[in-house]
Design a protein around this ligand. Structure first.
Ligand code: ADP
Length: 628
């Protein structure tokens, strides 16, 4: 099972002129940097030209926000506008809203400020003359004290009643001054005020110290993304009221700003409608769609596109080349890490194949892969190396372990302490199963079976414990079908107890099926199971071993735990890409039927009869299949 690239492929992949990623061209436009999501790229281009909303569903880190950002780059910047608030002299609580071409807003505010400063200056001059005149005159007529009192009174009165120029200066609430492209605003996880705009509370509501209401208006993300892109990830976590408001904003393309906190003075204020003609890119994983406000979802459906993000791409030379570019892109984006040499890139590609967890595929979960590149680069940087090499990438792989992997390590140690699983000798009704935690780390999961005479009359029961979820429960039922075929009588008169050991987080999926079957058969027939073997595999009711997920991680976990042989479904054989250091530690045994599983895991001569029966079962089914 050699998954190394052949020398030929390697030469073809890297070409003649590539020594380090420094010489790889990184496309200028973000949309051209997106890798492996051709369909999404096409949709985004189309949506940008037609100003349609987009919903992206898929695994985190596959490029959703990147695509939204790329979309903003594609939008025409000529249409950008600045938005300003002006005082409303008729109704102070209803500030006016004006739009001006991008960049103009700043000029207007500056001009207003200059003018008000000038006016204030000339007013002050005038006052100075007046006060000086009064004082001089009173001195001349011998009434200096009265003159001074009069001057102070005049100063106070004008302060109170003269119009304040600075209060009339408009406020720029959305500025596109010197923007290279249309705005991209990420509103993931924002509260209503930040999303929809707000009016600040005014602690001094009178007495000449108050801030005019138009000056307290703050725009929301929906306004800041006017003529641009508003990106909201995990859209379902947005409060329903906010989703409702978002829908109104989408439909009306304008949304008045009002104070969001009910008891503040801001709640009295409501501006004229503020334009918010944005394109929405909503993102999330599959269940985001279910929990999303149905009206909002149907709005996007009706007036936009929905895209499903892929999480792996085929392992072709062409695609590997794009991965080389990905490394170059990430190095360029980071700006601080040294470029990668061929071997280092090769190691990253290897990891991309491993992480795909699927035969002949490369992962598209690029955020994590980018993380690995940065850690490798940081290690190289800390060693003052000019170039990041394979050695640095390998070191990074050890450090950049996910929380789940670290958790799995600590479980493993604890399990070893308490000897939850054994890896020597043989035992009846006890099997080392394998499971995956958090998507990318394996764990040894012991399963025990015990057969006891049934207490209920006539019918034996299958009782499984260990916090099994639905699919795992069904798997137990399916396994029972196979067992009934083999052991017949025993099932009727006995209860079968199946226990998953130490599964505090519950058991999902059906990849423990062959382990359950082995444990039960061993317990029923009283034939011991080889404890140096671990296994994973799903099982059909006819005894075929079916593929499972996470084969690589499971085998690595078994190797780490000191297991010598791992039984896996033959159909998963090509998914296996275990790390170099585990290769000599375990033997991998691919199987297609439960008979083979039993053959490799039970010890002693007694197993022959069972194997025969199991073979017959699958053979019979195979014949049935060909007949039909
Ligand atoms: P998501 O929004 O799907 O969670 P992001 O767009 O935030 O993922 O991706 C994080 C980073 O990973 C990006 O900034 C980019 O560097 C890299 N990345 C993710 N997907 C891709 C892709 N398809 N092509 C190139 N780089 C990607």
């Amino acid at each position: 099972m050699d998954n190394e690239m052949t020398p030929n492929e390697e030469a073809e992949l890297f070409g003649e002129d590539f020594n380090t990623t420094n010489s790889i061209d990184v496309p200028e436009l973000l949309i051209d940097q997106v890798i492996g999501q051709d369909h999404a790229v096409e949709v985004v281009k189309k949506a940008a030209s037609q100003r349609r909303h987009v919903m992206m569903i898929g695994t985190p880190g596959t490029g959703k926000s990147m695509l939204a950002k790329a979309m903003a780059e594609l939008l025409p910047k000529e249409e950008l506008e600045d938005i300003m608030t002006y005082p409303n002299l008729e109704d102070n609580n209803n500030p006016k809203i004006r739009e001006v071409p991008a960049g103009k807003g700043r000029e207007i505010v500056l001009a207003h400020k200059m003018e008000s400063r000038k006016k204030a200056q000339s007013r002050n001059m005038l006052m100075m003359f007046l006060v000086f005149g009064i004082v001089m005159y009173s001195f001349y007529v011998g009434q200096l004290l009265w003159g001074i009192i009069a001057a102070i009174m005049i100063l106070m009165l004008t302060r109170q009643f003269m119009p304040k120029e600075e209060m009339m200066i408009p406020k720029l609430i959305v500025s596109n001054y010197q923007k290279d492209h249309a705005p991209y605003i990420d509103a993931t996880g924002t509260h209503a005020g930040a999303l929809l705009g707000d009016v600040r509370h005014d602690p001094f509501q009178s007495g000449g110290l108050e801030t005019p209401s138009h000056d307290r208006v703050e725009s929301g993300d929906i306004h800041k993304s006017h003529k641009g892109v508003l990106f909201i990830d995990e859209i379902n976590t947005l409060k329903l009221e906010s989703q409702q408001s978002l829908l109104t904003a989408l439909q009306e393309k304008e949304y008045a700003i009002t104070g969001q906190s009910e008891r503040s003075s801001g709640a009295l204020v409501k501006t004229e409608p503020v334009p918010c003609d944005f394109i929405m890119v909503a993102a999330g994983n599959l269940d985001a769609m279910e929990k999303m406000h149905p009206a909002l979802r149907s709005r996007i459906k009706g007036y936009g596109y929905e895209v499903f993000m892929r999480d792996s791409m085929e392992d072709t030379l062409e695609n590997r080349k794009t991965l080389v570019r990905f490394v170059a892109q990430e190095v360029a984006r980071d700006g601080h890490i040294p470029s990668f040499d061929k071997d280092a890139v090769n190691e990253v590609i290897r990891e991309a194949r491993r992480r795909a967890g699927r035969k002949g595929h490369l992962t598209l979960k690029f955020r994590d892969l980018g993380g690995l590149i940065r850690v490798a680069g940081d290690i190289a940087h800390s060693e003052n190396a000019e170039i990041t090499t394979a050695k640095h990438v390998l070191a990074a792989k050890k450090i950049a372990r996910s929380i789940e992997q670290q958790l799995a390590d600590s479980y493993l140690e604890r399990r070893k302490d308490y000897q939850l699983f054994t890896k020597v000798g043989a035992a009846v009704g006890r099997v080392n199963g394998l499971a995956v935690m958090g998507g990318d780390s394996g764990i040894v999961l012991p399963i025990m079976a015990e057969v006891t005479p049934t207490q209920s009359t006539g019918q034996g029961h299958v009782i499984a414990t260990g916090m099994l979820k639905d699919i795992a429960k069904e798997a137990v039922q399916n396994v029972s079908a196979v067992i009934k075929n083999v052991t017949g009588e025993n099932v009727i008169n006995n209860d079968i107890h199946i226990q998953f050991i130490g599964t505090y987080e519950g058991v999902e999926g059906d990849s423990a099926s062959i382990s359950i079957a082995t444990a039960v058969i061993s317990a029923m027939e009283n034939i011991p199971i080889d404890q140096t073997v671990a296994m994973t595999g799903s099982l059909s009711v006819r005894g075929d071993v079916l593929p499972i997920g996470g084969a690589t991680y499971k085998i690595e976990a078994a190797a780490q735990a000191g297991i010598k042989k791992v039984i896996i479904p033959k159909s998963n054989e090509a998914d296996v890409l275990i790390e170099e250091n585990y290769r000599d530690m375990v033997e991998i045994i691919p199987v297609t039927t439960i008979a083979e599983v039993i053959e490799h895991s039970l010890v002693g001569e007694d197993k022959a009869g069972i194997i025969k029966k199991l073979r017959k079962l699958t053979e019979m089914n195979a014949i049935k299949m060909t007949e039909s």
